[in-house]
Ligand binder design. Structure first.
Ligand code: F6P
Length: 321
């Protein structure tokens, strides 16, 4: 009997998840394994939503955004009985190893599953780029491009109307997305949770720019650093009435869209590496990328907090602004 592995996507979806599922399915099958999809993340696992697939099942998935097998945030997995129940279901289905694609919440769930006797390997899939031990999570590159696309368009209208825009980036408690997209678009102010900021300083910057003859400003604020609407309200109260400030929250647009080639290749490499690790008898870790190389990072490390920001990049962005 061939050994059986299963793959799921969990937490918030990220561009490239489908490409990673495709890589796991095709690499698994070509190594002689049986591969099952689990729909709707840990929710679907707990509900027994498994399906055995062949290579054709993942045709046309490389370039597709979202997750065709569904994502969910499972409340039951967080209950004391959840991980034990899920491990039992994996065992009943004859699954020798679960490959879980997601972010820190997914990996905490994976750790709990392992404590209950399941073999699990994680693969990154989060736009937040916040996993310790690696420097590029799957979906981050695409989300940066998408957010940059939004900011570039806001620049056009800000310039036309002589306005300031405050753009709120996703990223949960991490400022990576705001920093990278903000820097790539030449934002005048970038506010991230890792670096203390003060709304009076933002007001000073925009005021100085207006008196320097700059007709518009772009402020990017990470959601973990504050709300675009609050900062917009404050700036509108204190700036001259003729200089309007508007908030823009691209929100879940940042999670959608076809993955970039960078994310497609990352998904393919990590999917392959995860299957190879399983075949070599290694589980209990996340497969991801660090300095261009595929690395394996123990679940304990990958769930040990938020990956710190690259301060030199932030300083550079501020010098260039
Ligand atoms: O973790 C990915 C992410 O998009 C975060 O950046 C954001 O804070 C969160 O998920 C939003 O979650 P939901 O889709 O459940 O609103």
């Amino acid at each position: 009997m061939p050994k059986k592995i299963a793959v799921l996507t969990s937490g918030g979806d990220a561009p490239g998840m489908n490409a990673a599922v495709r890589a796991v399915v095709r690499c698994g099958i070509s190594a002689g394994l049986e591969v099952e999809l689990i729909y709707r993340g840990y929710e679907g696992l707990l509900a027994g939503e498994f399906e055995k697939v062949d290579s054709k099942a993942v045709s046309n998935m490389l370039s597709r955004g979202g997750s065709f097998i569904g994502c969910a945030r499972s409340a039951e997995m967080l209950q004391p009985h959840g991980p034990g129940k899920a491990a039992g279901i994996l065992k009943d289905h004859g699954i020798d190893c679960l490959l879980a694609i997601g972010g820190d919440g997914t990996f905490r769930g994976a750790k709990a599953l392992m404590k209950n006797g399941a073999n699990v390997i994680g693969l990154t899939g989060t736009i937040d780029n916040d996993i310790p031990g690696m420097d590029r999570t799957l979906g981050f590159d695409t989300a940066c491009d998408t957010l940059a696309w939004c900011i570039n368009r806001l620049r056009d209208t800000a310039e036309s109307h002589h306005r300031t825009f405050v753009i709120e980036a996703m990223g949960r408690n991490a400022g990576w997305l705001a920093l990278h997209a903000g820097m790539a678009c030449g934002a005048d102010v970038i506010l991230i949770p890792e670096i203390p900021w003060d709304r009076e300083e933002v007001l000073d910057t925009v005021t100085r720019r207006i008196s320097d003859g700059r007709t518009f400003s772009l402020v990017v604020i990470a959601e973990g650093a504050g709300r675009a609407t609050d900062l917009t309200g404050f700036l509108n109260q204190h700036l001259p009435e003729m200089h309007e400030v508007r908030a823009c929250i691209p929100g879940h647009i940042q999670r959608g869209g076809a993955p970039t080639t960078v994310d497609r290749i990352l998904a393919s490499r990590t999917g392959f590496a995860a299957v190879q690790a399983y075949l070599a008898g290694r589980t209990g870790m996340v497969v991801g990328q660090l300095r261009g190389e595929v690395v394996e990072v123990a679940f304990d490390v990958a769930t040990s907090g938020i990956r710190g920001i690259d301060r030199s990049l932030y300083d550079l962005a501020m010098v260039l602004a």
